[in-house]
Write a protein that binds this ligand. Structure first.
Ligand code: ZN
Length: 172
């Protein structure tokens, strides 16, 4: 890879003259430099593709999704806590943990795997309505996605907090 000193464009090693401005090109960049620049360019292209892709997972989605995965683990632990450790107690704590588990699974799916959720949705539409190949999510379904994530995650968090609260007051 060569860098044009005049216009700053990156050029192929095989070129002697800049394709963009006709300036004579100097020596090739070192392979370390070239690898780094290629990585940066790839990241830039990926970012641009994500901006254009309505199904992409952005930073916020990833954070809420990972927190939901953690919530799933804690919910399972809390449900097991009531069922196994507390001798089969079916109380509010158990059902709250179970409810939180379901909602965390939904928010994790919607945040991290919306492409899969969307393909199920399209499949259901095809089965029930037999309408065309309109597989691009509308603005409305993208807003629905955000609302689903925030609603499920928040309610799950509250339910889990209560389940833990019950557990603490039960054992105290
Ligand atoms: Zn140039």
């Amino acid at each position: 890879m060569k860098l044009c000193k005049k216009c700053g464009a990156y050029q192929n090693d095989t070129r002697f003259v800049c394709l963009d401005c006709n300036e004579m090109l100097g020596d090739s960049l070192s392979s370390d430099e070239a690898t780094q620049i290629e990585g940066e360019l790839r990241a830039k292209i990926q970012k641009k593709l994500n901006e254009d892709d309505p199904l992409a997972v952005n930073k916020t989605d990833r954070i809420i999704g990972n927190m939901s995965l953690f919530g799933i683990a804690v919910s399972i632990f809390m449900a097991l806590f009531w069922r196994l450790l507390m001798y089969n107690v079916f109380n509010e704590g158990f059902y709250l943990a179970l409810g939180a588990l379901v909602l965390f699974i939904i928010s994790a799916l919607y945040a991290l795997a919306f492409r899969t959720v969307w393909s199920w949705h399209v499949l259901m539409i095809r089965i029930h309505a037999r309408i065309g190949d309109d597989t691009e999510p509308s603005c409305l379904s993208l807003i629905e996605r955000k609302i689903t994530i925030i609603f499920c995650f928040t309610v799950a968090l509250v339910m889990l907090a209560f389940a833990i609260g019950y557990a603490i007051s039960y054992t105290a």
